[in-house]
Design a binder for this molecule. Structure first.
Ligand code: SF4
Length: 227
């Protein structure tokens, strides 16, 4: 029997985070997540009014959108890799470029679908900002897999004023080991950046002094008032 996925919403918009900021994408927002970050703005929306699709049904549903003018299809959430068994059936029948937005903790599921993914936007979860503990070793395995398959990948780090030197060092080690572009993203609260300009620049300088491939990019879709 075909696998079904629970999907919270499907829409087109502008990518508001990371290296591909500003491109138009079709977003497929999957329900559920294996984490529970302090700053999560999506984990709670998922489970009441979800849509349910098989791979063929979802492909047909995408005919409602103009897929010729989008840069890529963003698999987002929640955590899309929770739905790897569905994605194994869905991704091979899709012609668009696939952009995976992930919390980078489900390495085994990444292995199942990585051949069908073009770009990976991978979080590094800092305990100080996310409340998620012991994530660095798990991220290490995840980045190892992405590099083994020679995939385009960059790492996104949400931080606030509580960021620790030890956390910065862990991020820098991962960045060096896997040659990652780092995108620092100051935490937002109720649509506003929750980190002072002084702290933002100080944190950026600490990263840049050891890893030139670091950029600071806030979430821009919120300024545009789009999803
Ligand atoms: S990984 Fe993303 S979706 Fe999951 S709890 Fe954290 S912020 Fe929310």
């Amino acid at each position: 029997m075909a696998n079904k996925a629970k999907i919270a919403e499907i829409f087109t918009s502008i990518q508001g985070e990371g290296s591909y900021i500003g491109v138009k994408q079709l977003f497929i927002r999957f329900c559920g997540c294996n984490l529970n970050c302090n700053f999560c703005d999506t984990n709670g929306i998922s489970d009441e009014n979800y849509l349910e699709f098989t791979a063929d049904e979802l492909k047909k549903h995408l005919d409602n959108f103009n897929l010729r003018i989008i840069h890529s299809i963003s698999l987002t959430g929640g955590e899309p890799l929770l739905w790897a068994d569905f994605l194994i059936e869905f991704l091979p029948i899709i012609k668009n470029k696939i952009y995976l937005e992930t919390n980078s903790t489900l390495n085994n599921n990444l292995e199942k679908i990585i051949n069908f993914v073009d770009i990976i936007s991978a979080d590094i979860k800092l305990p100080s900002a996310s409340g998620i503990q012991n994530s660095f070793a798990v991220h290490d395995e995840f980045f190892k897999t992405a590099r083994k398959y020679d995939k385009e990948i960059f790492a996104k780090i949400v931080f606030d004023k509580n960021i620790l030197e030890d956390e910065i060092n862990h991020c820098l080690k991962l960045a060096e080991k896997y040659n990652l572009e780092l995108i620092l993203q100051p935490k937002t609260e109720e649509e506003n950046i929750a980190v002072s300009p002084e702290t933002i620049l100080e944190v950026l300088d600490k990263f840049l002094s050891q890893h030139p491939k670091t950029r600071l990019i806030p979430q821009v879709h919120k300024y545009l008032g789009v999803e």
